[in-house]
Design a protein around this ligand. Structure first.
Ligand SMILES: Nc1nc2c(ncn2[C@@H]2O[C@H](COP(=O)(O)OP(=O)(O)O)[C@@H](O)[C@H]2O)c(=O)[nH]1
Ligand SMILES: [Mg+2]
Length: 325
């Protein structure tokens, strides 16, 4: 029998241990906001109340605040001009060259949930998803934030998966894209939380470092880590489950940012976790606004690299989004 992934086994053990103890020293609050009273470890926090400080791990960047998350949600709100399918290409040489719009790319093993996550981010089922691995055979580009008669402001790319049922030549084309695409701002590497990092993920991480490609880890299908069934997750997550998730994220840190930087810069010091199949109300899904904010940060639409705020119509919250890093 194949041994279980150590990360997964660890999280399962942790969850069981903490649940058995019923009380633990962990709390669900952000480290810089200590709570007065330790919460009851078995009382669940409703899904819509789970914040990025519960679900994600920020050690080099700032946790997005409520106004930044609201801004991100509005930016990605579907309209007649967003999202739009821009192009598909199976070879790097057939990708359109003329565009200067900033791009981010979503990569990961087949079936990790890339297309589902992009649909949740874009608020529309525009990417093709499948329960069978290896069904996305082309790079598919989608435009976001377009205005009437104007161009999209961000391009999101859904890539063919690597690993089981993928083809070796796609890997070659993806590498060409990653190395040569000038408008690429960040590669988001999806890792299935319940499977952990596979060797193929570690290989791509080392290629990112080797070619100095800015990259960030996204843990997909976090519902599987927070609950045993899709019925259980509907009622929320307990502080103990959240603490177990935090431990798992902390264990990823030295792997994605190895010491010594021998092979080039590591991943961004921020891990976002999401579930494209866990509705939290209002047509939204768990953890998606934190990922949207990460996309805006990587492309300069969070105000860090001088994008004019009047270029973002009516999306500006009352206080405006605060620069993130
Ligand atoms: N439990 C769970 N399943 C998911 C989630 N996202 C996607 N899936 C399932 O995972 C499978 C693969 O999804 P897909 O988006 O096509 O993966 P891709 O090959 O990486 O693009 C499908 O059966 C989805 O229903 C999630 O957040 N939670
Ligand atoms: Mg896909």
């Amino acid at each position: 029998m194949k041994p279980k992934n150590p990360l997964y086994t660890r999280s399962t053990c942790l969850r069981q241990k903490i649940l058995l103890q019923t009380r633990s020293t962990h709390t669900a609050t952000a480290p810089n906001q200590p709570s007065q009273q330790p919460p009851n470890q078995t009382t669940k926090i409703p899904l819509h109340e789970l914040s990025p400080s519960d679900l994600c791990y920020y050690w080099d960047t700032k946790i997005p605040n409520a106004s930044q998350l609201a801004y991100a949600q509005k930016f990605f709100q579907p309209s007649r001009h967003s999202p739009i399918k821009l192009w598909s290409a199976s070879k790097f040489r057939t990708t359109p060259l003329e565009s200067t719009t900033p791009e981010v790319v979503f990569l990961g093993r087949s079936n990790v949930g890339k297309s589902s996550l992009l649909n949740a981010v874009m608020g529309q089922k525009i990417c093709w998803t499948s329960s069978k691995p290896g069904r996305t055979r082309e790079m598919n580009a989608f435009g976001i934030g377009g205005l009437k008669g104007g161009h999209s402001r961000i391009v999101l790319l859904d890539m063919p998966g690597y690993g089981k049922a993928s083809r070796a030549e796609w890997g070659v084309e993806i590498m060409k894209y990653l190395q040569r695409r000038r408008q690429l701002r960040r590669a988001f590497l999806l890792v299935d939380g319940s499977h952990g990092l596979k060797q193929s993920d570690k290989d791509i991480l080392s290629l990112f470092r080797q070619y100095a490609i800015p990259h960030q880890i996204v843990l997909s299908k976090v519902d599987k880590l927070l609950a045993r069934s899709s019925r259980q997750i509907k009622t929320g997550a307990s502080p103990a489950e959240i603490a177990a998730l935090k431990t798992l994220l902390e264990e990823l840190k030295p792997v994605i940012q190895p010491d010594g930087r021998t092979g080039g810069p590591g991943a961004l010091g921020e891990i976002v976790t999401c579930s494209a199949e866990t509705p939290i109300g209002g047509g939204e899904f768990l953890g998606i606004n934190a990922l949207r904010w990460a996309i805006l940060s990587s492309t300069g639409f969070d105000g860090t690299i001088g994008v004019k705020s009047d270029a973002i119509p009516s999306a500006r919250p009352v206080n405006g989004p605060t620069a993130n890093a």
